[in-house]
Design a protein around this ligand. Sequence first.
Ligand SMILES: Nc1ncnc2c1ncn2[C@@H]1O[C@H](COP(=O)(O)OP(=O)(O)OP(=O)(O)O)[C@@H](O)[C@H]1O
Ligand SMILES: [Mg+2]
Length: 399
Amino acid sequence: MAELTATLPRILIVDDEPLIIRMLNTVLKTRYDIQVATSGEEALAMSISDAPELILLDVGLPDMDGYEVCRRLQRNPDTRDIPVIFQTKHDERQDILRGFEAGGRDYVLKDASVMVLMARIDTHLQLHRQKSALEAAMVKNRMQNDKMASLGQLVVGIAHEINNPMGYVFTNLQILARYFNKIVEERRGRHGSDGELSPPASQTSDEREEMEHILEDGVSLIRESLEGVERVTQIAQELKNFSRMDALEQKAVELNVCMESALTICSNELKYVAVIRKEYEPVPEVLCHPGQLSQVFLNLLVNAGQAVVPMGEIVLRSWCDEAYVYASVSDTGVGIPPELLDRIFEPFYTTKDVGEGTGLGLSISHDIIAKHHGELLVASRVGFGTTFTVKLPRTQDAS
Ligand SMILES: Nc1ncnc2c1ncn2[C@@H]1O[C@H](COP(=O)(O)OP(=O)(O)OP(=O)(O)O)[C@@H](O)[C@H]1O
Ligand SMILES: [Mg+2]
């Protein structure tokens, strides 16, 4: 008989015969938290107020029969999931069928042994608990998906908001650069062809020097600002690609592009801890969800960055053979002991401090790659480093 957990499960016994109630109470009370109802109405009320985990229901009740009680329990969303076991006097096929039709999960004979009764009750309690846990997990999953979807929308919205002002800042800077160039050219023109800047006659030499400095510096400041704006625009674009808005849509993309997209997002952090090398080979495009694959590479890159602290090397590679396309992220970090290589893909497994890691990165990445019919492979040597390889079948080859 399966063992139940420390808190006694609450079960509701519905019967109007005092002798049976007393007998059931005596044999079951050490194992369950027993509540008793002696009529159909009372059973319906108590199934809401006492929230039993299971109901042991007699068929013959004074105000309504057990089948009717069961049907009413089924109609109420608050009680429809409580498993009901009918207690019948006879093993009559007709009665048993009526019980199942009314929504009962099982039946036991009134003269069944205590062992049989407990086994049936335990089985249905376990099933009920597992079902509830599964439903709770599904709700959590749905909430997580909803959260990701709204996060995606938020990110796209922000990226859009950033892109708009960046557009005119970029245009203005370009115009400003032209103005500056014009001024510089004009001053050079006034002086002649040797390229020396020619100041107005009224300026002192200090003023002249300052003006030359402003003009030269101004040109390089504008150039730098233009580069900065381009980079922000690129990041905003990557955020859009990245925001999982492509969850439904498949696209033909080269894995190199997904790696680059992930690198754009984290390169700023990685540059303090790692030298990045790229050894991309031309690989065929695969039909995929590029945002999700970028998320995988981002997870791998962040892990690699955390593994190489204080300083190391990260190499991104891609290659292919007749059947597969590969992309790998290698680091020269701490490595992973062989006995932990299986555990790292488990959800919530982490060796990082609270706040630094949730232990979900690899588990999510593994699922994404599995959904793409591929494999996420790992090879590691403690003290030397780790390589994670994404292997996708070319059957999804877009060409
Ligand atoms: N490149 C790596 N080098 C060494 N250990 C690694 C590497 N990548 C992952 N690990 C180990 O695997 C564990 C699980 O990684 P995973 O990415 O799933 O979670 P996390 O990085 O701890 O947290 P999260 O990614 O959710 O922020 C890590 O805590 C670390 O111990
Ligand atoms: Mg991680």
